[in-house]
Design a binder for this molecule. Structure first.
Ligand code: GCO
Length: 489
């Protein structure tokens, strides 16, 4: 999600009784359906490092990190988790954790360093080895073709403001599917196009760092077009594979009954939660919001919407938090409403019931045949340690509680008939958290960035048990409203 907004001093960390309760009280057991997929997720730029290896070219994120001030701690992805060289040990670690699936992304810059044109086989070889390694460890590989690291050379030609980039993406997708398609069951085109377009072109918090609403609209359409064009190629190159897109959702609630809050909330819901899902689901762009914000749709050509709404097999759902909307929105996009509930180390409110509601709403609005939680998790302070079988381990009962409560909501949605087929925790590793650098630790596995040592946190041990048994203890009632903190505390 990556919203660099005010980080509150108060957070859900610590070792208080609230976080021990789920361990200590033998509550009801929640059993997920047979065959439910348990796994973890990462992305190329956030973990791989090796920015020049084997012919890789510069991506917009390599460039963005090189500009002082863009990344909170002044860091970059040059080493990150050094996964490019350590991938084999990382696969072994996942196998030891009993994960069923691993969602990762492929770096366009490794496969087509020129953005278009000649395929760099040495770059594709890396993913070939990774896929084979995962399969021989019994882990289902789930690649995402685009997780924000556009070749810089394409940005130099207009990036997502150019329709040509959508066509280039389709060529890139085809090259990857031709090489790996015999071993992949689910192809995901894009990760969170909302963040690519909004943070990359409207707020400037992400690469390429532009600040223009009209560019945001253009980028959003070209991203969706890229999904549709690549979807066609994937369908013809791998007809038996599932086709997926991963979208992020941050359900919005009005701060009050004031009609201004309600109206602004509807706009935010359209922009953040429906702008991509509606067109993919065949409902077109949210009309009223497009008109209210003055988008002339000049980028939308005949046939685009049909391509964009080609049937998909699976919608990936990324969920972290909800938002409370008060009109007018603050100009700097940073001031936030006070939180009703506790927050994570990113300042994001912890509100698991919003995930259950979201899943029910997505199912009734679009009726996609399968949904999967492709990202859910949290950054926490990770400041408590305990001795364990792994040696000194992060005692992250707060993260465990977060994950447990969100899975309980998935369970409840499934009980209501929503076809959720799996849950992938974000993230496998502490990693490069975009504009936050290495300050936000989301892993269930700790990474010591000085030594690259990986140590499963307590939440990882717990997650392994859930994956093995398909059962988790009912975490019990949600905390009372009022356990949060003022955003400006
Ligand atoms: C996203 C991305 C991840 C983030 C995660 C935490 O949702 O922003 O897919 O790359 O790291 O969401 O912010």
């Amino acid at each position: 999600m990556n919203h660099p907004t005010t980080t509150t001093a108060a957070h859900a960390g610590g070792n208080d009784d609230r976080f021990r309760r789920s361990d200590a009280i033998a509550g009801d057991e929640l059993t997920l359906p047979d065959g439910f997929i348990w796994g973890s997720a990462t992305s190329s730029f956030q973990i791989e490092g090796s920015p020049d290896a084997d012919g890789k070219s510069e991506s917009i994120w390599d460039r963005f990190c090189s500009v002082p001030g863009n990344v909170l701690d002044g860091t970059d992805g040059d080493v990150a988790c050094d996964h490019y060289t350590r991938w084999s040990d990382d696969v072994a670690l996942m196998a030891s954790m009993g994960l069923h699936a691993y969602r990762f992304s492929i770096a366009w810059t490794r496969v087509l360093p020129g953005g278009t044109g000649a395929v760099n086989h040495a770059g594709l070889d890396f993913y070939d080895r990774l896929v084979d390694g995962l399969l021989s460890a019994g882990i289902t590989p789930m690649p995402t073709l685009y997780h924000w690291d556009l070749p810089q050379v394409l940005d130099d030609q207009g990036g997502w403001l150019s329709r040509d980039t959508a066509h280039a993406f389709a060529d890139y997708a085809e090259a990857v599917v031709e090489r790996l398609g015999d071993r992949i069951g689910t192809w995901t085109t894009l990760n969170e196009p909302f963040v690519s377009a909004n943070h990359g072109y409207v707020t400037g918090e992400h690469a390429p760092g532009h600040t223009s609403l009209s560019e945001g609209f253009a980028a959003s359409h070209h991203l969706l077009l890229a999904h549709g064009l690549a979807g066609e190629r994937i369908r013809s190159a791998a007809p038996d594979a599932d086709l997926a897109i991963v979208l992020n959702f941050t359900p919005a609630t009005p701060a009050s009954d004031d009609p201004a809050d309600i109206a602004e909330c509807a706009i935010q819901n359209d922009l953040q939660n429906r702008w991509y899902a509606d067109p993919v689901g065949g409902l077109g762009y949210p009309e009223e919001t497009a008109a209210a914000l003055g988008w002339d749709r000049s980028e939308v050509l005949d046939g685009d919407m049909a391509l964009i709404s080609m049937p998909i097999d699976l919608l990936g759902v990324n969920f972290y938090s909800r938002q409370i909307v008060r009109a007018p929105l603050p100009d700097d996009n940073r001031a936030e409403e006070p939180k009703e509930f506790a927050t994570t180390a990113m300042g994001w409110e912890i509100h698991p019931p919003s995930l259950g509601e979201l899943l029910r709403e997505l199912d009734s609005r679009y009726g996609f045949s399968k949904l999967m939680i492709t990202e859910n998790g949290c950054a926490m302070p990770d400041d408590t340690r305990v001795e364990s079988a792994h040696g000194s381990q992060v005692d992250d009962l707060d993260r465990l509680d977060y994950v447990q409560r969100h899975i309980a909501q998935v369970h409840s949605a499934i009980e209501d008939g929503v076809p959720v087929v799996g849950y992938l925790v974000w993230s496998l590793f502490d990693n490069f958290e975009w504009a936050w650098g290495y300050t936000g630790r989301f892993g269930i596995v700790e990474v010591d960035f000085d030594t690259q040592r990986r140590t499963p946190k307590r939440s990882a041990d717990w997650f392994s048990k859930v994956a093995a048994s398909n059962v988790l203890a009912d975490p019990g009632p949600e905390p009372e409203s009022g356990s949060g903190a003022s955003a400006d505390a």
